[in-house]
Ligand binder design. Structure first.
Ligand code: C2E
Ligand code: CA
Ligand code: CA
Length: 267
């Protein structure tokens, strides 16, 4: 769909999203996460798309805010967990038994009263051990006191589900929860990565974030790697993991499996 038809297509309504959910028009693409040193795929991140007959492929930033404002996101969470974990089962069954799955959960989703039960149910239905699931939360989208004081993080920890901080470096109050939450990974926002060679301050900030992560005992992943130069700089500066178009774009499940199979033959 051209940018012009997208611009002129009608506003996304709650009704349209309800229909899309019923008609199973939401799909997940998966983007691999790599060990920067060895090139091994450590996990995949689920990124949602709306494949709409009328609008073409709609990216998540356009419809997730509508899902959240309308409360429809709660119906959605169960679908997201069931679908992505059943896809992870297929990835494991294809022979990639150590692959982890990262899902993006917004603050609204983490505040759902039965979120931990939903996670537990979906893990059980797909026969996936909880240590394979990682929840990515975005610091800039308001990890607030109410959430920190709730028992959701403790329950996730008891369940052995990991928490990673997404878009690290873009929020304001991160030190408090870096101390209190049992975080397993920092994902540095792609703006820093893409600006590595444009502004020397990005290099200072990237080095400091990598150091901070390591001092606190977390592995650090750089998002949005698009060039060999960016990848090499990050590897040389001790970054543990990478993700981005240089390695692979987000792919539908069948293409992801093809990609993983071809890669494992080459390695
Ligand atoms: P995010 O979690 O930070 O995901 C990374 C975004 O960067 C994705 O956009 C991905 O396609 C894109 N990307 C990956 N590598 C590169 C690269 O090398 N260069 C560039 N320019 N972009 C790259 P996408 O899929 O449009 O997702 C946007 C945001 O929507 C995500 O940001 C995440 O916050 C949110 N999102 C996606 N799926 C879900 C979901 O299932 N639930 C929730 N709550 N949010 C989601
Ligand atoms: Ca993410
Ligand atoms: Ca991110």
């Amino acid at each position: 769909m051209s940018i012009f038809s997208r611009l002129f297509s009608s506003k996304i309504t709650v009704d349209a999203l309800k229909k899309a959910l019923k008609n199973k028009e939401f799909v997940f693409y998966y983007q691999p996460e790599f060990n920067l040193k060895t090139g091994e795929i450590l996990g995949v991140e689920a990124l949602m798309r709306w494949e709409s007959n009328k609008r073409g492929i709609v990216p998540p930033n356009e419809f997730i805010p509508v899902l959240e404002q309308s409360g429809l996101i709660n119906d959605f969470t169960e679908f997201l967990l069931k679908q992505t974990l059943s896809d992870l089962r297929k990835i494991h069954d294809a022979g990639f038994k150590n692959t982890k799955l990262a899902v993006n959960l917004s603050v609204v989703q983490l505040k759902e009263t039965n979120i931990v039960d939903k996670i537990q149910d979906a893990l059980q239905s797909a026969y996936i051990n909880s240590t394979f699931l990682e929840c990515e939360i975005t610091e800039s989208k308001g990890i607030d006191r109410e959430l920190l004081d709730s028992d959701v993080f403790k329950r996730l920890q008891d369940l052995n589900v990991s928490i990673s901080i997404d878009d690290f470096g873009t929020g304001y109050s991160s030190f408090d929860y870096l101390r209190t939450l049992n975080i397993k990974k920092l994902k540095i926002d792609q703006d820093f990565v893409q600006g590595i060679f444009e502004n020397p301050k990005n290099q200072t900030l990237l080095s400091s974030m990598i150091q901070l992560g390591h001092d606190l005992g977390f592995p650090v992943l750089a998002e949005g790697i698009e060039t060999t130069e960016q990848k090499n700089w990050l590897e040389e500066h001790g970054c543990d993991m990478g993700q981005g178009y240089w390695f692979s774009r987000p792919l539908p499940l069948d293409q992801l499996l093809d990609f993983m199979q071809k890669k494992s033959k080459k390695d």
